[in-house]
Design a protein. Structure first.
Lengths: 343, 171, 637, 204
């Protein structure tokens, strides 16, 4: 048991160090401008407060380990207080330490407020405006555009251009959620009836995971999202592709899949542009196959997983709102084939 | 102490169903009544026109709340509003055109009714229909008070309203 | 009565023996079944608080272990999401409302009258009522487990998640009403502790001579008075009425606001931390005084810091809400306030370190816990400074970093002092010494187990592990640190078992302690161990901050009080000059019946609002019996 | 080690019917609890007020101001009754106590009657909207408190009338009057908030 514990501790330590190398979900691995200034602040705090901790511990252990002169010992035992002069000296040291604490804290307040200002929402002119809605338990994203026909709607995966600030404007339609992609920026609660905003700016391409940070019910644990930061031209290409209606089924198998979709409960909740399906309460499936995960980051987007998810969503994510839709045998394969063709 | 036990007993009676949550419906409850227009009495799950069929979800707060959600999601509220009626008849009432027993409401949802009520048979599985039935009946206080929410949390369904509000306009 | 043997004059000894017998007749609680429900002495009720709270600690600990086992490896299926949510909610609720606050209250109820030299608390029947309400609240919460109605919306139950639509069933109602029970109990204790400390101190115990533990209890009680109404409003008025009769406090569709709940809840919730922590400061001071053989350095500084902490504690609730995007200027203020509190706690800690440097240390188990406290709490305090900074909070809020932080603060800041205090006062509670070797082993197991469990959580939080998730995917790489934390939790559990075994064994077989085993300076050590129900045969007169450290010839005692009634002495609030004598009520069943009536009504009100009227009427009948004058009536004149 | 030096206190009074009694202190603290509750409720009132533009919301009439204003008269006068009773308690003057408390009761119940009429004529309920919720809550809790204290006064009046009282009950009379002052005093800010607030800072 003990050896395993030691081993696990080293593994944990190794992972912590390692965390700085790859783009795993971590506040210690900043890949955005905002997250980086928070990270600098964090290291500053850590080093300063770590030093203070070390000093306090040395003082404490000093009291424990120091050799006390016999005369002092006797004096205390007799009078229940040290000699007056010593008491006064210690009191002065305590006051001094109190003053130093105050000064350090003042410095920390100032630097923290300055950092706070630098990352706070303010009008960046060229920002890309993305609206996010937290839902139990998935994310709705839409890219703002004055032309309503050019609004791109997607779910659980957000593509952003590298180097351009993105204004995340969020709210929720059910309970409180919190939008958090630690590599890029701190979290922001999504609150029903309120709009909250934050900026994030990726400074290198990559895929960054985030997840809901405010407890939102049964499947709070399985409410993840991915942000895919791409060079601007790639991002534009992705946008153009998302603006297209869905790919029409090109063979009888997929056509049957579409019919299965339309004839079952799926149609009430999901939207697929270019088909009669216009449900608005569940993730938009127009370009489902272009996304890498399903069920809000729960499963990789493969045919097998999709079939398993449709067949029994409550096994994979108990309590989620995807209905268990009983399909005739032979319907599943066409349906999955069709959905996975929606590039 | 005995009195506490009695009080606890009352609570138990009222809430044994209240607290029940069936996250994963049993396979038998997934049945879909595809033959919506059929008039035969023989159906899976027993004869539905029999008025004394009880709702398996009777008194379940979880089912009522699910029914409330589905009522919006399947856009029942589009015609019935939130029970007050509109294009469709109000659901808060004492007179039912097609009967107000659980089985009647179940039947109405499955088969549809003339003048606009669509048939939901063939689309949604049995367990969801029962949840809807439980919700509709809760609107008329025909479910235990302890399992019925006194109000919904229907925060604006249309997100546009919220944006307006943030910009200082009132609804 | 070993103390009597040492008396100089046989005549005085006989006198004292007679007084002792008379007081015993008056103060002994009735025996028998109903007698058990009629107890009003503070030692009995304080001990009931402590024992009940430790039982809830055990339950909360078992829940914590279950959660740790669920999280030990990725994609674990031991508990489903529903059960996990219920268990973490119950764990948080139990630890905050059914363990931490009541156990501190229990310690105050037991120790304060002893430390200030009186015979009971000011309102013994209210004290009993408070205990029964607390017990009922705990039973309601755990009783709900049998009806599948454990709450599942987290220990602060944010709406709309906890509202009527998203939390169907009775779980959140049970939670909200449980708060009512425990808050009523906390307020009862707060009122009587304040009045006891202000009005019933031994003659001569002016404000600057009150033991630091009593200062802690006093400050805590004032915080309860002003903080607890807020949570009653949040849970009972806002949440419960929204859920049962359809009010709209937090319903944005009708003009309410979900954030309003958060403001009101945290206006209580932040002071709550200090409500738990400030009495623990007092415990540390008491242990230090005894085990360094000197009075704590900077008594006025410590008292003022505690008072200042209480004041500032009310001004920083918003730091729980930084991620909700409030206006910036307000946020800067709350950052500053949150950091300021580090100055006051810092000063207290510096005073203690200086005390340690200049004292004659005696390395008891209790002092071990003080050192453990210093290590753990300083880490928790420093991570608290980090969380007060808005940018850092935006990253760390609602992650395992916060989980680590508040366990460092609450376990380090309250549980370690409490365990230390329990070992320290064990001889006073039971009359026997606790086994020190086992005690030290307990300490090391708890200390190591604690750090192994919670230290990795800091790293997990920074690596993006959010709070309250029932599982996580393998790819996140959180597995090893979580496995380690689970191992640590098992070590804590073993430490807990050892502690229980040690307590049970020492209670029976420990060395007989005598009244003052530690040669400490405060008045509780002048009473017998365990104390007689009347505490002191003759109330002490106090001439200094540490009366028992004064030479024996400078001590004095009060005479002339009646021994045929439960009489106590009322002294002036500031300088403790004797003012008048006051008779306290004897044993009575009515507080229990009043609590029972209130319980029936409040439990019913979980189902239907009108049961509140039942609660009012039944509790009113209880109060009528409670206050109805007994014959013979008190004589006039 | 019981000390040999003594402080002889047998000459001290056995009770003190004044603000020095522990019960008075305890009651003041209970009033602090009640007071913080009402302060938080008023803070909630303003919070809700400030988060909307129209107050009260459309379709809701303002609470009438006449009946509650008239009701202030018996309320203030009843405090005089309380004062009379508490002076009587201090002097152990039984008739004064009875007169004061019965006066307090009569005026108190007139106040409750007016309050009942007022509540009965409100055109909104607690479940109408947030305005209705907070207005009802404040009214309800204050009414409940007033009734509870009147019940306490009834019990004390009966005890005094039956001549079944001692110093404890006299302190009870004194403390009861303190509670009544508190309930009268706390109503003043709430009266302005509930009835004049929406008229002065509401929408026209």
């Amino acid at each position: 048991m003990k050896r395993r514990a030691i081993a696990s501790f080293f593994i944990a330590a190794a992972i912590t160090l390692n965390g700085c190398m790859s783009t795993r979900q971590s506040a210690l691995d900043a890949t955005g401008i905002e997250a980086r200034s928070i990270l600098h602040l964090w290291w500053f705090f850590l080093i300063l407060l770590g030093t203070i901790f070390a000093i306090v511990m040395i003082l404490t252990l000093g009291a424990l380990l120091r050799r006390q002169p016999a005369s002092e010992r006797q004096f205390v035992e007799q009078h229940h207080t040290p000699p007056q002069e010593r008491e006064r000296k210690l009191s002065r040291m305590v006051s001094g330490a109190g003053v130093i604490t105050g000064l350090i804290l003042f410095a920390l307040i100032v630097i923290s407020v300055i950092t706070g200002k630098s990352i706070a929402p303010s009008g960046a002119s060229n920002a890309l405006l993305v609206t996010v809605h937290g839902n139990q338990w998935w994310w709705y994203f839409s890219y703002d555009n004055d032309d309503a026909s050019k609004i791109v709607v997607t779910a659980n995966e957000l593509h952003i251009p590298v180097g351009r600030p993105v204004l995340i404007r969020g709210t929720s339609l059910d309970v409180i959620h919190s939008f958090w992609v630690p590599n890029l920026m701190g979290k922001r609660d999504l609150i029903p009836s309120r709009i909250t905003e934050e900026y994030l700016t990726a400074d290198r391409p990559g895929r960054f995971r985030g997840q809901c940070a405010e407890f939102c019910g049964l499947e709070h644990a399985k409410m993840a999202l991915w942000i895919i930061a791409e060079p601007p031209d790639q991002f534009q290409a992705w946008m153009n592709q998302q603006l297209q209606p869905s790919v029409a089924p090109d063979d009888p198998d997929k056509q049957r899949g579409l019919q299965v979709f339309l004839n079952h409960e799926c149609i009430f909740c999901h939207n697929i542009n270019g088909t009669p399906a216009h449900g608005q309460v569940a993730p938009d499936l127009t370009h489902l196959a272009s996304r890498s995960t399903i069920a809000a980051g729960t499963l990789p987007n493969t045919k097998g997983n999709l079939a398993g998810w449709i067949a029994d969503p409550q096994r994979i994510k108990p309590g989620n709102y995807m209905a268990t839709v009983p399909l005739e045998s032979g319907d599943m394969q066409p349906l999955v084939d069709y959905l996975e063709s929606l590039k | 102490m005995r009195i506490i036990a009695v009080a606890a007993g009352c609570l138990a009676l009222a809430s044994c169903q209240t607290g029940k949550e069936n996250l994963r419906p049993a396979p038998a409850r997934l049945a879909v009544y595809s033959d919506a227009a059929r008039e035969s009495q023989i159906q899976p799950g027993g004869a539905l026109t029999e008025p004394n069929v009880t709702n398996p979800d009777y008194g379940s707060a979880f089912a009522i709340s699910e029914g409330q959600r589905l009522f919006d999601w399947y856009n029942c509220s589009g015609c019935h509003a939130h029970g007050g009626g509109g294009i469709g008849p109000p659901l808060i009432k004492t007179q039912w055109i097609y009967g107000g027993e659980p089985a009647n409401i179940f039947d109405t949802i499955v088969k549809g009714r003339p003048n606009g009520m669509p048939s939901w048979g063939g689309r949604i599985p049995q367990y969801q229909i029962w949840e809807l039935v439980a919700f509709v009946r809760s609107l008329n206080h025909e479910e235990p008070t302890a399992s019925t929410a006194p109000r919904g949390d229907n925060i604006e369904i249309n997100p546009a309203n919220i944006t307006n509000k943030a910009q200082g306009e009132t609804k | 009565m070993s103390t009597l043997a040492e008396l100089p004059s046989p005549q005085l000894a006989a006198e004292l023996e007679a007084e002792h017998q008379a007081l015993r007749r008056v103060w002994n609680d009735r025996g028998g079944f109903w007698g058990w429900f009629s107890v009003t002495t503070h030692q009995a009720i304080g001990m009931r608080y402590i024992v009940t709270a430790f039982i809830f600690l055990l339950l909360g600990g078992v829940e914590a272990l279950l959660m740790r086992f669920q999280l030990a490896r990725p994609e674990n299926t031991l508990l489903g999401p529903d059960l996990y949510n219920r268990i973490f909610t119950t764990h948080g609720t139990t630890m905050m409302f059914l363990f931490a606050v009541p156990v501190m209250e229990g310690m105050s109820v037991y120790l304060v009258p002893l430390m200030i030299g009186t015979r009971n608390v000011a309102f013994p029947r209210l004290n009993a009522f408070g205990y029964w309400m607390y017990l009922a609240g705990g039973l309601v919460l755990y009783g709900a487990a049998f009806f599948n109605a454990l709450p599942n919306a987290g220990w602060f139950s944010y709406p709309p998640l906890s509202g009527p639509q998203y939390s169907p069933g009775k779980g959140v109602d049970v939670w909200a009403q449980m708060i009512t029970f425990t808050e009523i109990s906390a307020m009862c204790v707060a009122v009587e502790i304040i009045v006891t400390i202000f009005r019933m101190r031994a003659p001569g115990m002016s404000l600057n001579r009150i033991p630091l533990f009593c200062w802690g209890s006093l400050v805590q009680s004032f915080m309860v008075i002003f903080a607890m109404p807020s949570v009653m409003i949040a849970s009972t008025v806002m949440l419960l009425n929204d859920r049962t009769i359809g009010t709209h406090f937090v319903n944005p569709a009708e003009g309410g606001d979900p954030l309003l709940y958060q403001h009101v809840f945290w206006f209580f919730g932040h002071p709550e931390v200090y409500i738990i922590f400030i009495p623990a400061l007092g415990m540390i001071s008491s242990i230090l005084e005894a085990d360094t053989r000197r009075g704590v350095l900077g008594y006025p500084a410590i008292v003022l810091s505690q008072v200042a902490t209480a004041f500032i504690g009310f001004g920083l609730w918003v730091h729980h809400m930084f991620a909700t995007g409030l206006p910036q200027i307000g946020e800067a203020y709350f950052t500053a306030a949150s950091m300021m509190i580090a100055i006051t706690t810092g000063i207290i800690i510096f005073c203690w370190i200086a005390t340690l440097w200049s004292g004659r240390l005696r390395l008891t188990t209790a002092l071990h816990f003080v050192f453990g406290f210093l290590f753990i709490f300083v880490i928790g305090g420093l991570t608290g400074v980090m969380l007060a900074s808005i940018p850092l909070d935006l990253q760390e809020h609602d992650t395992y970093f916060v989980v680590a932080h508040f366990h460092y603060v609450l376990i380090g800041g309250a549980l370690f002092p409490l365990f230390g205090a329990f070992h320290f006062w064990f001889p006073k509670f039971t009359g026997r010494m606790i086994n020190e070797t086992l005690g030290k082993i307990t300490f090391w197991m708890l200390f190591i187990g604690f750090n192994v469990t919670f230290f990795p959580m800091h790293i997990l939080g920074l690596n993006g592990m959010t709070r309250r998730i029932y599982t996580y995917p393998v790819e996140m790489g959180w597995g090893p640190a979580n496995a380690l934390a689970t191992v640590g939790a098992c070590i804590i559990a073993l430490g807990g078992i050892l502690f229980i075994a040690n307590v049970l064994n020492s209670r029976k077989n420990g060395k007989v302690a005598g009244s003052d085993p530690w040669q400490a300076g405060t008045l509780e050590w002048a009473a017998a161990s365990p104390p007689e129900p009347y505490n002191f045969v003759r109330l002490p007169v106090v001439n200094g901050r540490y009366p028992l450290w004064l030479p024996a010839e400078e001590r004095a005692a009060v005479t002339g009080m009646r021994t045929d009634k439960r009489e106590i002495l009322i002294t002036a609030s500031v300088d403790a000059e004797p003012q008048f004598l006051h008779v306290l009520p004897s044993t009575t069943i009515w507080p229990f019946l009043a609590a029972l009536g209130a319980t029936i009504g409040l439990v019913g009100s979980i189902l239907t609002f009108s049961w509140y009227y039942v609660a009012v009427v039944l509790a009113g009948i209880g109060l009528l019996g409670w206050f109805w004058p007994r014959r013979p009536l008190e004589q006039e004149g | 080690m019981t000390p040999t030096r003594t402080l002889e206190l047998s000459g001290l009074p056995r009770y003190d019917i004044s603000n020095r009694d522990p019960l008075f202190f305890g009651q003041v603290l209970l009033c602090c609890i009640e007071g913080s509750m009402f302060c938080i409720l008023m803070a909630i009132y303003f919070y809700l007020r400030l988060s909307v533009d129209v107050w009260p919301p459309p379709g809701v009439q303002l609470p009438h101001v006449t009946a509650p204003t008239i009701a202030l008269v018996p309320l203030f006068l009843s405090a005089l009754g309380s004062y009379w009773a508490s002076q009587g308690a201090k002097k152990n003057d039984r008739p004064a106590m009875l007169v004061g408390m019965i006066g307090n009761l009569i005026l108190g119940f007139i106040f409750i009657g007016l309050r009942y009429r007022e509540i009965a004529t409100l055109n909104f309920k607690w479940s109408t909207d947030a305005f209705g919720t907070i207005t009802w809550t404040i009214l309800y809790l204050h009414t409940l408190d007033v009734i509870a204290d009147l019940m306490m006064t009834v019990v004390l009046t009966v005890l005094i009338a039956l001549n079944r009282y001692g110093p404890k009950q006299r302190i009870g009379v004194h403390v009861d009057s303190v509670v009544w002052y508190f309930l009268v005093a706390i109503w003043i800010p709430m009266y302005f908030v509930l009835y004049w607030g929406p008229r002065w800072v509401g929408t026209p």
